[in-house]
Design a protein around this ligand. Sequence first.
Ligand SMILES: Nc1ncnc2c1ncn2[C@@H]1O[C@H](COP(=O)(O)OP(=O)(O)O)[C@@H](O)[C@H]1O
Ligand SMILES: [Mg+2]
Length: 261
Amino acid sequence: MKNGGGTADSPVLDVSGLEMHFGGVAALQGVCHQVEGNIIQAVIGPNGAGKTTLFNCISGTLVPSAGRISFFGREIGGLAPHRIAEAGIARTFQHVALFRKMSVLENVMVGRHPRTRFGFFASGLRVPGMRSEEKRIRSKALEYLDLVGLAGSADLEAGTLPLGKQKILEIARALATEPRMVMLDEPAGGLNMKETEALGELIESIRRLGITVMLVEHDMNLIMDISDRILVLNHGRVLASGTPGEIKENSVVIEAYLGCE
Ligand SMILES: Nc1ncnc2c1ncn2[C@@H]1O[C@H](COP(=O)(O)OP(=O)(O)O)[C@@H](O)[C@H]1O
Ligand SMILES: [Mg+2]
């Protein structure tokens, strides 16, 4: 896999003056933030703070109203989602978005798409080299399933998995694009304590692969446990940014957010 790269001097992700307006609603207002390479960067804040909107702007699901987003020095703001995926950003969704009728393995094979010569949906065509390409994709997909602990469920229909496993499968699919950064939107939602612990270990192992992780989560134990840096959003603005220790002690954050937990 590629290295997440980057240092404090040259962040992998540099967001500046980011604005996202929906009609009269300003979901993001002048958001500036830099993410160093190879860290777990949490994004927290109350419901409606703009966390998912931030992810949507970075991954290309939304075209920002204003501002810049640069990834490894390249401006990606407003690019189509597949271009941003090719640049090395993969994500999961707050609400599980799998192909429910396809097998677990096939869902990960689809994730390989940005990195294959033919693309998964060309499989129906008789292109020379297709057969061996497909074999390679299959074995690579199995590797990622193994990494997240789902290899044993490879042939099951994805929609039959319990929610916790579907969320893990989404992570495997994101990893299969061989990203330099993954963005996980509330991966612990609907997971029990044991599953959440395992998720934390998985996220740390992703970081150890050299992949930068951006993580939106409400589970404060998980956030404080595994994050290197925390960005706090409130009403579409940056409220604070720092290490878990700094955020825990930040009186503004406690008042606006942590205090009411
Ligand atoms: N597609 C959309 N159309 C209109 N309003 C939206 C859309 N997406 C988000 N919003 C609004 O933007 C604000 C931020 O939402 P969101 O980013 O989903 O917050 P969070 O993920 O922090 O809970 C909310 O007020 C929400 O209603
Ligand atoms: Mg959200």
